[in-house]
Structure formats: C-alpha cells, structure tokens
Design a protein around this ligand. Structure first.
Ligand code: MF3
Ligand code: CO
Ligand code: CO
Length: 276
C-alpha cells in the first residue's frame, strides 16, 4: 500500500488514526464551538456564581449552537462540564458550590458537533485576590501546555511532548500529575494514543500528520499524588495543594500542528503557539 493511503498506525494501545482533510473540517467546527463556550462563560466566572449555574449556561449555549455536551452521561458523569476548584485536579462535578474571591477554577468543556469532539479547558482567577503562588501555578500550567504544543510536529514523539511539559513544570518547582493524561479524540471522546505529560525525549509514539489528540497537563503546587473522592469522579491532590490544568485539542500537520480549540476572542493567549 502506498504511504499516502495509510489510515492508521499501530500502537501498544491500538490503532492511531491518520485523519483526512474532511476530518479536519469536522474537528475545526467542534473545536471552535468548545472554545466559544469558554469565551462565552468567561464574564460569568465571578464570586457568588455556583458551579452548577456555570455548567447550565455552558450546556444551554452548546445546544443553541447545535452541539451536544459530551460529558453528560459519559460513563455516568452527571453534568455537562467539569469544573475543578483549587485542590481539585480534574473531573470536578458542578453543583451548589459558590465561587469565592481568591479561588482558581478550571472549566473543562467537551462538545460534539456532527459526531466530532472538541475538548478544551482553561483556568480562571476568581475575583481580584488570588494569591501570588496560585497565579504563578496557573501561568506555569499555561506555559507548560504551550511548550508541549510547540513540540508537536511530524517525526517528534509523545515522549518529546511529555518531556517539554515535565522539564518546564518541575523546573518551576511544581509537579506533574501522573494518573490522568491527554488522549486521542475525533469521532470518539477518548481513544489512542494516551498523551502523558511527562516523558523522555525520543520515546513513545512517533507523530504523523493527521493524528488528533489533546494535551491537558495537570500541574500541582505540591506533590503529584491524587485521590478520587467518594462521588467516584472528583480527583483531588492528596496533600491538598493547589492544582491547575489547561487543555487544547489539536492535529499533527505537515507544518507542525493545528490547534482546533483556540479562543476566537483571543482570551487564552495561545494564538501565537505553533509547532517549531
Ligand atoms: N473533558 C475531560 C477530558 O479532558 C473528560 C471529562 S469526562 C467526564 O478528557 F466524564 F468526566 F466528564
Ligand atoms: Co481531554
Ligand atoms: Co477536557
């Protein structure tokens, strides 16, 4: 078979699909809507609002734009988004908790548009009194995602991506969560490959144009260890230290990468990120 006809490459986790131009069109639409949801919710992320209210606003906006909130009912998850505050690492369940002055909050949105998944999250500083340490954690987390994305190009490996994130985050004095990772996506929410946010240069899957995956580092102010609360979802730091996360969905392209979930309003300062 000619190289141009290869539609997937094998990996230890199963085939990694090499998507075609029509698939890119689908992912651009899904990724754009997911990013629009985060842009839309931004002015509502204020002291006093409940995470449940934010979740509902996201879900209604998504439906009005013709999308579906992927988390709702996914493996039994009860809400449309994940909202993770302070020492919550990921998969926080929206509810009655009101945002407070000084909180840091991750809103993680995944929408399905015409069968394609767009998955992205951002950190928000609640109010004006967020501690310097928390602000630094959030900025280091964003920069670690930028560096991971900047390592994406054909011929690079997932170990290169993980190493770029880990070396930067640990160099800043923080730790990288091991128990959750980025993931392939497309017409499925979570598929091969797993994208670790730590690793060694040159190791792991060799990237090829047409691969779609997320990068979504979770960075802790203290130790990397996490535990799951009795609700079966909420992941928190074992040492109760602060945790931050940022996520984009992207494709490997001939030139480097294409981010599907850039903020249309330029609200998350990733617009300048491109492959090398
Ligand atoms: N959006 C999360 C991710 O980045 C997954 C949430 S799955 C849920 O992969 F069930 F917790 F919603
Ligand atoms: Co994801
Ligand atoms: Co997500």
């Amino acid at each position: 078979m000619m190289d141009t006809n290869i539609v997937s490459v094998p990996s230890s986790e199963g085939p990694v699909i090499l998507h075609d131009a029509a698939d890119f069109v689908g992912m651009r639409r899904a990724g754009r809507l997911a990013a629009e949801v985060l842009d839309y919710i931004t002015p509502f992320v204020q002291p006093g609002v409940t995470t449940g209210e934010l979740d509902r606003l996201c879900d209604v906006f998504t439906r009005e734009r013709g999308g579906i909130s992927a988390p709702l009912g996914y493996k039994g998850f009860p809400k449309a988004t994940c909202i993770s505050l302070n020492h919550v690492v990921c998969h926080g369940i929206p509810g009655d908790r009101r945002l407070e002055e000084g909180d840091i909050a991750n809103v993680d949105v995944t929408v399905i548009v015409d069968g394609w998944h767009g998955d992205t999250s951002r950190m928000f500083l609640v109010g004006t009194k967020v501690s310097l340490k928390a602000r630094r954690l959030v900025e280091v987390t964003r920069e670690s995602l930028r560096r991971g994305i900047a390592a994406v190009r054909p011929g690079a490996t997932l170990g290169d991506v993980g190493h770029a994130i880990q070396s930067y985050a640990e160099g800043a004095g923080f730790s990288v969560v091991r128990d959750f990772c980025g993931h392939g996506l497309g017409t499925t929410f979570h598929t091969a490959p797993s994208v670790m946010h730590y690793g060694q240069p040159g190791r792991g899957l060799v990237l090829r144009p047409g691969m779609f995956f997320t990068i979504e580092p979770m960075i802790n102010a203290g130790r990397h260890d996490v535990k799951i609360l009795d609700d079966g979802w909420t992941a928190v730091t074992r040492d109760k230290s602060l945790s931050a996360q940022a996520e984009h969905s992207l494709a490997v392209t001939e030139e480097g990468c294409e981010i599907f979930t850039l903020s249309p309003q330029g609200l998350d300062s990733f617009s300048e990120v491109r492959g090398p």
